[in-house]
Design a protein around this ligand. Structure first.
Ligand code: SAM
Length: 204
């Protein structure tokens, strides 16, 4: 893989598209945090902020972080009530405060394998005892569909890959596997794709 997915890459991507993502929260965030008592939340790779704003409206105290200032500016603009704390940071370099968040959410941030264990370790350290880590991403099997994912197999991972990086005995895996979703591909066909979902509760 010879492409740099750095701040300049992501800024360019956002500049080329007026609204890159849906303004609705991610489906499995909305489903999987239902029932959790609102507290502090960290949304890593928050993009234009739909999840962060949705959480804040449900009484979560949210820090939303992304490598792209273009994305964060859109989040700030959409966050009329200034409910969210927006922070520019490269999660491969920035360690969030330890034991600080009741929820750490990573939605569709695809990182090459060499950096993944460090990334998951950073996220796990940021969850406070009793808190929840939620990781959702495109499943590798999407590459065999007509959805048109970037054809870079190294970017995709599974719930087992995330679970393997959590300290044994310290986490209860509440959900780990794949979930199907119906979407429309570029030819207008309805197809089934899959997300990987890992939801884990820190025990101690
Ligand atoms: C596919 S988008 C997903 C955005 C949002 N989570 C969503 O689901 O709509 C991936 C996001 O991760 C951000 N990102 C990529 N690499 C990053 C890094 N190293 N540190 C922080 N954010 C990063 C990108 O700028 C982009 O906004």
């Amino acid at each position: 893989m010879n492409q740099d997915f750095d701040a300049a890459f992501w800024d360019r991507m956002y500049q080329q598209r007026k609204a890159a993502w849906d303004s609705e929260p991610n489906l499995f965030l909305a489903q999987d945090i239902a029932g959790l008592e609102p507290g502090t939340a960290l949304d890593v790779g928050c993009g234009e902020g739909s999840d962060a704003i949705w959480l804040a409206k449900r009484d979560w105290r949210v820090t939303a972080t992304d490598i792209s200032n273009v994305a964060l500016d859109r989040g700030r603009a959409a966050d009329g009530d200034r409910q969210v704390s927006w922070l520019q940071a490269d999660i491969l370099a920035w360690q969030p405060p330890a034991d600080a968040y009741d929820l750490v959410s990573l939605q569709f941030l695809h990182i090459p394998p060499a950096e993944r264990a460090a990334l998951f370790g950073r996220l796990a350290r940021a969850v406070r005892p009793g808190g929840t880590l939620l990781v959702v991403a495109h499943h590798p099997s999407d590459l065999e569909t007509t959805i048109g994912r970037p054809p870079i197999p190294d970017l995709y991972f599974t719930a087992d890959d995330v679970a393997a990086s959590l300290a044994p005995g310290r986490w209860e895996i509440l959900l780990g596997g794949t979930r199907p979703r119906s979407v429309t591909d570029r030819e207008g066909r309805t197809i089934s794709i899959h997300d990987m979902v890992l939801k884990a509760r820190r025990i101690e």
